[in-house]
Design a protein around this ligand. Structure first.
Ligand code: IPE
Ligand code: IPE
Ligand code: MG
Length: 245
């Protein structure tokens, strides 16, 4: 599906404001090379680094990436702790170079199941980058769309109990602003790599009208031109939002 030689001619005036990516295929990338799965996750973290920079260069305002799902705890202890170690390194590196990158980093998902040192590093990185003006990079960690909705429902139930809102005044905006993505526009474009064509519990509420692009590339192989192709495909879709033209 992707042709590295071609440079996709995208309309710079119609770049999606918010792109979401399901970064899948690290394990298969490692297996193909006879490497352990952690090596695939390391390569995946390097790709995230590059893709964030490409997205920033193209003028994307929000990039939301699925890094670890509420279901990924089912994997072996060895794999989970390998991913958590890479996450610690990623956070430390970003804390060091936060001014240079100019990314504004925030986390989506329930932090409470993460080790406390990781929770601390996340808070540090969020506060150090909060005034940065470049790409807003939202990293979904221990994130599940259903878990997010469940937490929002509980929060809204407490709001009702405390008289903050009357049940009849709860509307779609109230629900949106009770989710982890509070204040963010919905993604116009959702990309999933590795050839799988499913959502795997990502952003269930927010992708109501997103355009989906499925790439056969394994995440560590995903590059600038693949991002350009996904944007090109998005720009050639006919978005109707239920209306008629
Ligand atoms: C995505 O790559 C990263 C995480 C889910 C943490 P995978 O580890 O799912 O890679 P595959 O799907 O096994 O190739
Ligand atoms: C989705 O990938 C989660 C992340 C990319 C973090 P998975 O590899 O966990 O999804 P399934 O199991 O193939 O649906
Ligand atoms: Mg996978």
């Amino acid at each position: 599906m992707f042709n590295d030689k071609e440079n996709f001619d995208i309309d710079m005036k119609n770049i999606p404001n918010h792109i979401a990516i399901i970064m899948d295929g690290n394990g298969r990338w490692a297996k193909k090379r006879g490497l352990i799965r952690k090596a695939g996750h390391k390569a995946g973290a390097d790709t995230l680094e590059k893709v964030s920079r490409y997205a920033q260069k193209l003028g994307v305002k929000h990039l939301t990436v699925y890094a670890f799902s509420t279901e990924n705890w089912k994997r072996s202890d060895e794999e989970v702790s390998g991913i958590m170690d890479l996450l610690r390194k990623y956070l430390d590196e970003h804390i060091k170079k936060c001014k240079k990158d100019n990314f504004k980093v925030t986390m989506l998902g329930d932090p409470l199941r993460l080790d406390t040192d990781i929770q601390e590093k996340i808070k540090t990185l969020e506060s150090l980058t909060k005034d940065n003006t470049g790409l807003c990079l939202h990293i979904a960690l221990n994130y599940g769309g259903r878990d997010e909705i469940l937490r929002a429902v509980k929060k809204i139930a407490v709001d009702v109990k405390n008289g903050v809102v009357e049940p009849e005044n709860i509307d779609e905006n109230y629900i949106s602003s009770s989710l982890d993505t509070e204040g963010l526009p919905d993604p116009e474009l959702l990309i999933r790599t590795s050839g799988e064509e499913r959502i795997s519990n990502f952003l269930l509420w927010q992708i109501a009208y997103s355009e989906f692009v499925f790439s056969d590339k394994l995440w560590p192989d995903f590059g600038e031109n693949d991002l350009r192709e996904a944007i090109y495909m998005y720009q050639n879709r006919d978005r109707r939002f239920g209306g008629r033209k």
